[in-house]
Design a binder for this molecule. Structure first.
Ligand SMILES: *[C@@H]1O[C@H](CO)[C@@H](O)[C@H](O)[C@H]1NC(C)=O
Ligand SMILES: *[C@@H]1O[C@H](CO)[C@@H](O)[C@H](O)[C@H]1NC(C)=O
Ligand SMILES: *[C@@H]1O[C@H](CO)[C@@H](O)[C@H](O)[C@H]1NC(C)=O
Ligand SMILES: *[C@@H]1O[C@H](CO)[C@@H](O)[C@H](O)[C@H]1NC(C)=O
Ligand SMILES: *[C@@H]1O[C@H](CO)[C@@H](O)[C@H](O)[C@H]1NC(C)=O
Ligand SMILES: *[C@@H]1O[C@H](CO)[C@@H](O)[C@H](O)[C@H]1NC(C)=O
Ligand SMILES: *[C@@H]1O[C@H](CO)[C@@H](O)[C@H](O)[C@H]1NC(C)=O
Length: 827
């Protein structure tokens, strides 16, 4: 690769050249030739010629000056490269900035409607190449920010100028080495209520959804953060999104990748690499219209697609085999008569607004009236959800590309026939007292009879189930059976092991081979015939999930690949047995090291910090980067395994999801977890979210720093647990007292890492889930020097809290039939 190391901007080849020019501009009489560059005044960006790796094509581009791995943010002649070495950027006789090749042909030009008398091109420190008139430097006659390629930089307006008709949009590169226009574009669509559409060719792939005052309705991960502020501007002249840096020393960019992922990266100086901050497409439910018209996608359901209330699959046969593209149809068609009304849905990504109508000033009541009067209107919602909500959107056709979010999303009101409304209103429990009394009586009388029938029925069902399971077990060995499973269609081969093979490998699950016990069953060490060592998890037989669903889930999980996750090698389902086969981790688990006086010496601070960062990245992958969006729910020291080089690998991920069966993300009847690591909202109310994992992560970090277990922690001075202890020391300004003796030393660089780790951990264990940072922020906070907010009081910081919590949970277990499976860590 050719690099340019010419320190000064020397115009030796231009006869009428003036030396007085500053190094960030090209004047009317100067030119920029191959081999030379200009650098913006603040030294942030550089403009020059470059050639991608393994390519003979030359391009004019802008890249970060300070970042060694050249990251090109803008390319002028992306579709018209020149070969050889003779590109020249200069002003033409018409005073337009042009790029010419060695044959003197113009291969690119910065056309503008007005041309200047004495034009000047200047590279601003924002990365914007602007053309101005020497006498009027404030007016940009042309700017590169108006012609983005695949990257949106801070300060860029990303959207439409309604006056000039200019639409700034992203087009991906063809590949990482080829800047020419690729297949993907992301563009503001103003057909109905404006929304960004990500397309491959002309086919929509992903929809940001319209702006709702706080964010795009389909992008719940766009949230206030310590790095940048953002805004959506919508007035008579312009509609655009833009963002600004909070601290201008941070480098961040929003990039449309060659494979169609819209991603934000931030530069981390310490590791000299770009770190993925967020991906616009969260999971499979973000595939445009995956569930068809009137369908709704919920990633926590299996299958993810369902019909909206009052709708049924249009083609039940196709729906059965996971082809949801035909969508759903009304059970009772609308006829636009009196009595029609609306059903409210909450936590929704609003449907496609290409065929919508809106008014910014109407309120919800007016909105409903207008929708009722228009026979084409299928739904309405608020335009802006801030405060009470304001504005009105009407949908005038099918509702497409709707999904449910557990922690974001908004309300929508969907039109229903009168008869359907009656059904759902009654379901909502508005039944009269009279009815209740009558039915109570009826129930009393029939109860006895029912009990008898149920008993008989259950006995019969049990028999049947056994038979079905046996049949399914046999079917699993014929691969064609599952060709419709979405996790298999990408040629993924997850080996299925015979039970007998694994029994042999583990010496018939002998006690000598037992490595330990995880949340869902014991783990054994095994050795296959070929000599490969494996870890085998034998799941307890408590799942109510079918074998097929289980296998599909495991297939999905096996696709998750990250260096901080334990790799799944295969599985085995035979009869009642469900086994998971993992790579073998010779160094056991983290608890074996940090809580042991002897072993803890092996883990010095750099190793511990490496482990903390690794766990954070693994968790980030589960929460955000993987297609499944998994909440671990049982993160703890014994679930973090260490490989030969003491790299941490999270285990048991996704098992909660695949083995739990009947849970939704928001609420669970079955609390899986470990005291000491469980967040308050999860332990007490069974409500869990990614933020519950963040809590467990915080606890784990404090344990790694202190070498003490949160549960069972005691101190002579107070009755606080480890969280309370850490918080107290932090407030008193002596967080270093937390450190385990074996890692205490005077190295100042590690001191700041310790302080940062404790600080981040305390942010993670805050009482309120909303206050806790998300994993992308945690990773960023750990690896950069950004200023951290002050933590508030942790949740569960006294042992007393913990006990009262434990008893309230166990009461609940006995008073209702909720299941509770909590492993108590041995002290
Ligand atoms: C460039 O080409 C070499 C040799 O053909 C190859 O090994 C390398 O991976 C290529 N690099 C890129 C970035 O494509
Ligand atoms: C470079 O471009 C010139 C025309 O501009 C062409 O004649 C020549 O063949 C090209 N060389 C290569 C190696 O492609
Ligand atoms: C390109 O233009 C320059 C100056 O106008 C001229 O001297 C040169 O011969 C031209 N080159 C070609 C290949 O036409
Ligand atoms: C700029 O103008 C020239 C001639 O006026 C035209 O051929 C060219 O296509 C224009 N380029 C762009 C990018 O609009
Ligand atoms: C911005 O970040 C740099 C380094 O990360 C830091 O030194 C500086 O104090 C920060 N500035 C502000 C205003 O926070
Ligand atoms: C929006 O609604 C308000 C209040 O109902 C009305 O005055 C205004 O004319 C409407 N605007 C449009 C563009 O329909
Ligand atoms: C309803 O839709 C039909 C077909 O698209 C159209 O002809 C008609 O004008 C619409 N009616 C209203 C009130 O918008």
């Amino acid at each position: 690769m050719k690099t340019f190391i010419i320190p000064l901007f020397v115009f030796c080849l231009s006869p009428i050249f003036m030396f007085s020019a500053p190094s960030d501009t090209i004047s009317a009489t100067e030119s920029l030739k191959d081999g030379k560059t200009i650098v913006s005044a603040g030294g942030s960006f550089e403009l020059g010629f470059f050639t991608p790796q393994n390519s003979s094509n030359w391009y004019l581009g802008i890249w970060y000056k300070k970042i060694a791995a050249r990251t090109v943010v803008w390319v002028a002649n992306r579709d018209t490269p020149f070969n050889g070495s003779a590109g020249v950027l200069k002003f033409s006789d018409q005073r337009i900035l042009v790029l010419i090749n060695d044959a003197n042909t113009t291969i690119w030009s910065a056309n503008s409607s007005k041309s200047a008398t004495t034009p000047v091109a200047q590279l601003l420190d924002t990365g914007n190449l602007v053309v101005t008139d020497h006498n009027d430097p404030e007016t940009f006659l042309w700017q590169s920010f108006d012609y983005p390629c695949n990257t949106i930089l801070p300060g860029m307006k990303y959207g439409v100028n309604l006056v000039t008709g200019l639409n700034r949009f992203l087009t991906s590169w063809k590949s990482d080495q080829d800047p020419s226009r690729g297949d993907y574009t992301n563009q503001l669509d103003t057909a109905g209520l404006p929304q960004f559409l990500l397309k491959k060719g002309s086919v929509v792939q992903f929809r940001s959804g319209p702006w709702n005052g706080l964010r795009f309705t389909g992008m719940p991960n766009l949230k206030p953060n310590p790095i940048y502020t953002y805004e959506f501007v919508y007035n008579e002249e312009e509609i655009y999104y833009h963002y600004q840096l909070i601290n201008s020393s941070v480098s961040t960019r929003l990039t449309l990748n060659p494979n169609g992922n819209l991603q934000r990266f931030t530069w981390i100086d310490r590791i000299q690499d770009w770190s993925l901050y967020l991906t616009a497409q969260i999971d499979d439910c973000d595939r445009y219209a995956i569930c068809g018209a009137y369908g709704s996608c919920n990633i926590n359901n299996s299958p993810s697609c369902g019909c909206l209330k009052g709708f049924a699959p249009k083609s039940p046969e196709d729906w059965e085999v996971a082809d949801w593209s035909h969508g759903c149809v009304r059970k009772t068609p609308l006829d636009c008569h009196d009595g029609e009304g609306f059903l409210k849905y909450s936590g929704i990504k609003l449907p496609d607004t290409q065929h919508s109508w809106y008014n910014k000033t109407m309120n919800l009541k007016e909105c409903e009236q207008v929708c009722l009067k228009n026979c084409n209107c299928t739904a309405y919602a608020n335009l802006d959800i801030r405060g009470e909500g304001s504005g009105c959107i009407l949908w005038l056709g099918e509702l497409i590309d709707t999904r449910e979010f557990s922690d974001a999303g908004q309300d929508i009101y969907i039109r229903m026939a009168a008869s359907e409304l009656v059904t759902y209103r009654r379901l909502k429990g508005k039944t009269k007292v009279k009815v209740i009394v009558l039915s109570l009586l009826a129930v009393g009388i029939t109860l006895l009879g029912l009990c008898l029938i149920l008993h008989l029925y259950k006995r019969k069902k049990k028999k049947e189930k056994k038979q079905i399971k046996r049949k399914l077990g046999n079917m699993l060995h014929t691969p064609e059976q599952d060709s419709n499973d979405q996790c298999q269609d990408e040629h993924l081969e997850l080996p299925l092991f015979d039970f007998s093979t694994i029994a042999d490998a583990t010496n018939n699950f002998s006690v000598a081979n037992k490595l330990g016990k995880g949340g869902f069953g014991p783990v054994y060490k095994g050795k296959l015939m070929e000599g490969q060592e494996i870890g085998v998890k034998r799941l307890s037989r408590s799942s109510r999930q079918g074998i097929k669903e289980f296998k599909n889930e495991v297939l999905c999980i096996s696709k998750l690949q990250h260096r901080n996750l334990v790799k799944l090698l295969g599985c085995c389902t035979e009869g009642q047995e469900r086994l998971l086969i993992y790579e073998y981790m010779p160094n056991k688990s983290l608890d074996f090291f940090i809580f042991d006086e002897q072993q803890s010496i092996i883990l010095d601070w750099p190793k511990r910090f490496h482990i903390i960062n690794g766990i954070a990245r693994g968790l980030l992958y589960l929460h955000q980067d993987s297609r499944l969006r998994i909440i671990h729910r049982d993160l703890k020291a014994s679930n973090v395994l260490l490989d030969n080089e003491l790299n941490p690998k999270i285990s048991d991920f996704g098992i909660a999801r695949s083995f739990g069966g009947d849970e939704s993300e928001a609420n669970t009847k079955r609390v899986v977890g470990t005291y000491g690591y469980m967040s308050p909202e999860y332990a007490i109310d069974g409500v869990f979210s990614v933020k519950s994992d963040v809590f467990s992560f915080g606890v784990l970090v404090l344990e790694i720093v202190s070498g003490k277990k949160n549960r069972g922690f005691s101190h002579t001075d107070h009755k606080l647990n480890l969280l309370g202890h850490a918080w107290r020391l932090f407030k008193e300004g002596k967080p270093f007292e937390m450190m385990h003796t074996s890692i205490k030393n005077k190295n100042t660089s590690s001191m700041s890492e310790v302080l940062r780790s404790v600080h981040v951990a305390l942010l993670c264990v805050q009482q309120s889930p909303e206050e806790r940072p998300s994993m992308p922020n945690v990773v960023l906070m750990l690896s950069s020097d950004i200023t951290l907010p002050q933590p508030k009081e942790p949740g569960f910081f006294t042992e007393r809290h913990l006990l009262s919590m434990a008893s309230s949970s166990s009461q609940r277990e006995s008073s209702s039939s909720n299941r509770l499976s909590i492993s108590l860590e041995a002290r």
